[in-house]
Design a protein around this ligand. Structure first.
Ligand SMILES: O=c1nc[nH]c2c1ncn2[C@H]1C[C@H](O)[C@@H](COP(=O)(O)OP(=O)(O)OP(=O)(O)O)O1
Ligand SMILES: [Mg+2]
Length: 206
């Protein structure tokens, strides 16, 4: 039996990472665009709520189980901003470049030791749009925000996110490294544990 789930995201950077993160899984993870699912409003007040909203929306339209990622960057000295508003940080027509510029402006004059930040990733999986027992989990990744961008890999805030343990930004990491240690990578590990505890033996997971 073909096991297919919809990946409820329109972000090309995330989709690239998920295709590697789910590479070894015995399921087909297909982007929502293949089912004509477009973005929905992210009205939640937390990463987890927004992940659930996106997963339910994609499942409703595709008729398939769906997995969503809601993620973002929380900067300590900004009280956790931009947080769940990371993608919309620079307002109407926001792009990664504008968001990064706005972040640099917000942190102007702030010394390195006070530039700590975390990437957050919430994952939500629903078997159907009205699934009363979704699988949800989340993970964080610690770093600090540089004063200028470095690196070409990845997406979003990666060029500004310096990971001290690796001595480089997440945009300077080879794809394999980021996909071993990132908030999203850790989230998928947590998700896999829940998946094995609840889904194995069901139709979906075989
Ligand atoms: O590994 C990452 N490296 C760099 N930046 C990242 C990462 N992970 C999330 N981010 C940033 C991008 C975006 O500014 C926001 C996610 O917003 P978020 O609403 O979850 O995603 P999105 O709107 O781009 O696509 P979608 O909602 O269709 O999944 O956090
Ligand atoms: Mg979004």
């Amino acid at each position: 039996m073909l096991k297919r789930i919809v990946l409820a995201s329109g972000n090309a950077g995330k989709l690239r990472e998920f295709s590697q993160l789910f590479n070894s899984w015995d399921i087909e993870v297909l982007p929502q665009s293949e089912f004509g699912v477009s973005d929905t409003e992210e009205t939640g007040l937390s990463f987890i709520e927004n992940a659930l909203i996106k997963a339910r929306h994609a499942s409703r339209i595709s008729g398939l189980p769906a997995l969503a990622d809601d993620s973002g960057l929380a900067v300590d000295v900004l009280g956790g901003a931009p947080g769940i508003y990371s993608a919309r940080y620079s307002g109407e027509g926001a792009t990664d470049a504008r968001n990064n510029n706005k972040l640099l402006e917000a942190l102007q004059g702030i010394e390195e030791v006070r530039r700590g930040a975390s990437f957050h990733c919430a994952l939500a999986f629903v078997r159907s749009f009205d699934d009363p027992v979704p699988l949800v989990c989340s993970a964080q990744w610690r770093g600090h925000i540089l004063t200028e961008p470095a690196g070409e890999q990845g997406f979003g805030y990666d060029p500004l996110f310096f990971v001290d343990a690796e001595g480089m930004t997440s945009a300077q990491m080879p794809r394999e490294l980021k996909n071993r240690i990132s908030h999203r990578a850790q989230g998928v590990v947590a998700f896999e544990t829940m998946w094995q505890e609840t889904m194995l033996g069901t139709d979906l997971a075989g």
